[in-house]
Write a protein that binds this ligand. Structure first.
Ligand code: CA
Length: 221
């Protein structure tokens, strides 16, 4: 899952990006409000961690413009401990959740998972497609009652496909959602990971739609 961090403090921004990557997200980092907005307008992020005090464009202004443009991406704002009015302004401008600095990275990752889940209308923390059970918090996959060991990238790819079960995702869409900026991406990386997933699970888990992309069937059995 791609997550965008918008934070101007270099130490905090770097720590957040690294911590989220550690938690299994493809995390990108924008250093001011305008860069954050441009990134959100051009690429598919599953969630955003947004500082409010930002150069170029404030966090509240980023939120306002996002929501005015109809972008529903879940947004978690970061605020200072004593900044209750900021928090209220952020929530009223369309934020979905907030955390008070200093941020606990484990809590941040858990809140992002919850936001993404809720935005998809999913109540349970475990994503279920027939016999395929994906637990993003524990990074565990169970298929036909058997636990399956996956690499971080295989897990991320399967999670994206399962989140969109029944819908085709192109190779480009998958690459955009699973790999962050500046990460090495071989031209056949998606195919290679799909091949490994089929071998570890079962061939029918990921269907190739010729010339279009891949899908996990909704009625997987
Ligand atoms: Ca700041």
């Amino acid at each position: 899952m791609r997550v965008l961090v918008v934070e101007d403090d270099p130490l905090l921004g770097d720590a957040l990006r690294a911590g989220l990557a550690q938690a299994g997200f493809a995390a990108d980092w924008a250093r001011d409000g305008r860069a954050g907005l441009v990134a959100l307008e051009s690429e598919p992020f599953a969630a955003v961690v947004l500082d409010l005090g930002l150069p170029q464009l404030s966090g509240v202004e980023v939120l306002r413009r996002l929501r005015e443009a109809g972008n529903p991406v879940p947004v978690l704002i970061l605020t200072a401990r004593d900044a209750v009015p900021d928090r209220i302004a952020g929530l009223d401008a369309g934020a979905d959740d907030y955390l008070v600095k200093p941020v606990d990275l484990g809590e941040l990752a858990a809140r992002i998972r919850a936001l993404v889940r809720r935005s998809a209308g999913q109540a349970s923390p475990v994503l279920v497609v027939g016999p395929l059970h994906i637990d993003p918090a524990a990074h565990q996959v169970v298929f036909r009652r058997r636990s399956v060991e996956l690499s971080a990238r295989e897990f991320a790819l399967l999670h994206e496909l399962a989140r969109s079960a029944g819908r085709v995702l192109s190779k480009e869409q998958l690459a955009e959602r699973v790999w962050g900026w500046g990460e090495e991406l071989e031209s056949n990386a998606v195919e290679v990971h799909v091949h490994h997933l089929r071998r570890k699970l079962a061939p029918e888990v990921i269907v190739t739609v010729r010339g279009v992309g891949y899908l996990v069937p909704k009625d997987l059995a």
